[in-house]
Design a protein around this ligand. Structure first.
Ligand code: ATP
Ligand code: MG
Length: 414
């Protein structure tokens, strides 16, 4: 679990600013859920035999009433719980987003942490392929807004329940022929979650996984048409994709469309956003049946990628740093700083005393565009001395009337 220190936080703030504008552009509304939920919610929602529930959750008992609680490992289950609890899904559609920390007990490494952040997007009440394609397109748009390169899209269809059941039967029969080479995980999952056996990273099992019966060959007409619909819209929008028949996702709630945006620039933690359709989850968690589609995006991984690809992150430097000497000048500086802020400027007022020299060192370190100097003479004349510290005209110095200060800094500060 990481601290985000002041040197790193500008990248976070930039990320949040860009993503908020982006989410607004698609009409998504923000929802905020608690970080702690009932353990049962994730067991039901994410699935008993998933990696997350089997080994990654931080769970504990409430000391007072013995209730089993878990730090959320993902956001979809909690979002659905909140929507059901507050009746947000009756005869209406919802486009919702959230951002916040998620917790998974994993082996920490680059791009994989025990506390990480996701932006989650969930669209409820729409069963047609247009919304699947739209959430995928949104992400393509986000990469473009950030100027990210080397990201590619993989999609698949998991079909519906009956289709998955037929495939499951064929898959188990196929996998039973390989019990002698299956690893521990594989053996354990053969009957509980055979699809996950194919998701193995074990090189010895690749060929077996490669030749296994493919879910896509078991799709019925409706699922097939839905998948074709998604692909047609992606084609129309000029979004390149690869159909990966082995893409299954690690969470149980998906059906039909699943997708991952991956990059080759982050080693093995290459999935930066992943999601799909989950038409049965709302009902499973106690709501009326309600189709849904969504994705989770790993904030840390995208920040690593921005850094890796040297994407410039805009840092908000102060417009002015005010240095001052003497009691009268100090009072005037205090009031002037507030007037400048009221005009929309970002102003650092020097606090803590010290010589002009030491104050100027701090002004330089602040990266401010201007230093505003108020000494005894300036205080008496109601003026200030402006020194340009950074950008156009750096090094220039002049004295101006206090009344004009805000206007000069705003008009020349750009
Ligand atoms: P992975 O295969 O990398 O473990 P996942 O399938 O478990 O990913 P999801 O549950 O789909 O991941 O979460 C969505 C996104 O959240 C991932 O694509 C990734 O970007 C990010 N993510 C998941 N787990 C972590 C983690 N431990 N640390 C950082 N980011 C993570
Ligand atoms: Mg995982």
């Amino acid at each position: 679990m990481n601290d985000v220190l002041p040197d790193a936080s500008p990248a976070w703030l930039y990320f949040e600013q860009v993503t908020r504008d982006w989410l607004a552009a698609y009409g998504y509304k923000n929802i905020r859920m608690p970080i702690v939920e009932s353990t049962h919610l994730f067991v039901r929602g994410v699935g008993e035999h998933t990696d997350i529930v089997e080994k990654e959750m931080y769970s504990f008992e409430d000391k007072l009433n013995g209730e089993k609680l878990t730090l959320r490992p993902e956001g979809t289950a909690g979002c659905v719980r909140a929507c059901v609890e507050h009746g947000l899904l009756y005869n209406q559609t919802q486009r919702l987003w959230y951002m916040g920390p998620m917790y998974r007990h994993e082996r920490p490494q680059k791009g994989r942490y025990r506390q990480f952040h996701q932006i989650g997007v969930e669209a409820f009440g729409m069963a047609t392929p247009d919304v699947d394609a739209e959430v995928i397109l949104m992400l393509a748009d986000l990469w473009a807004r950030f100027g990210l390169k080397n990201v590619s899209l993989e999609i698949n269809s998991l079909g519906d329940k009956e289709e998955r059941a037929a495939h499951r039967e064929a898959l188990i029969a196929y996998l039973e022929e390989f019990t002698d080479i299956l690893d521990e995980d594989g053996k354990r999952r053969l009957y509980t979650n055979p699809l996950r056996v194919l998701d193995t990273k074990n090189p010895a099992l690749q060929e077996m996984a490669e030749n296994a019966p493919k879910l896509i060959d078991f799709l019925g007409d409706d699922s097939r048409q839905h998948f074709e619909g998604v692909k047609a819209l992606l084609d129309a929008a000029g979004i390149a994709y690869k159909v990966n028949a082995r893409l299954v996702r690690g969470l149980d709630y998906y059906n039909r469309t699943v997708f991952e945006w991956v990059t080759t620039d982050l080693g093995s933690q290459g999935t930066i956003a992943a999601g799909g359709r989950y038409d049965t989850l709302v009902e499973m968690l106690g709501g009326k049946p309600c189709p849904a589609v969504g994705f989770g995006m790993g904030v840390e991984r995208i920040l690593l990628l921005l850094e890796e690809q040297a994407v410039p992150v805009s840092v908000v430097a102060p417009d002015a740093y005010i240095v001052h000497l003497g009691d009268a000048a100090g009072r005037l500086a205090f009031v002037t700083a507030q007037q400048l802020r009221a005009s929309g400027l970002n102003v650092l007022l020097h606090c803590g005393g010290g010589s002009f020299k030491s104050q100027f060192k701090k002004a330089d370190a602040s990266q401010a565009r201007f230093a505003v100097v108020i000494g005894e003479a300036e205080a008496e004349a109601n003026t200030a001395n402006i020194k340009t510290l950074n950008g156009e005209g750096a090094g220039e110095q002049r004295t101006v009337a206090l009344a004009e200060l805000a206007l000069i800094i705003s008009s020349e500060g750009k």
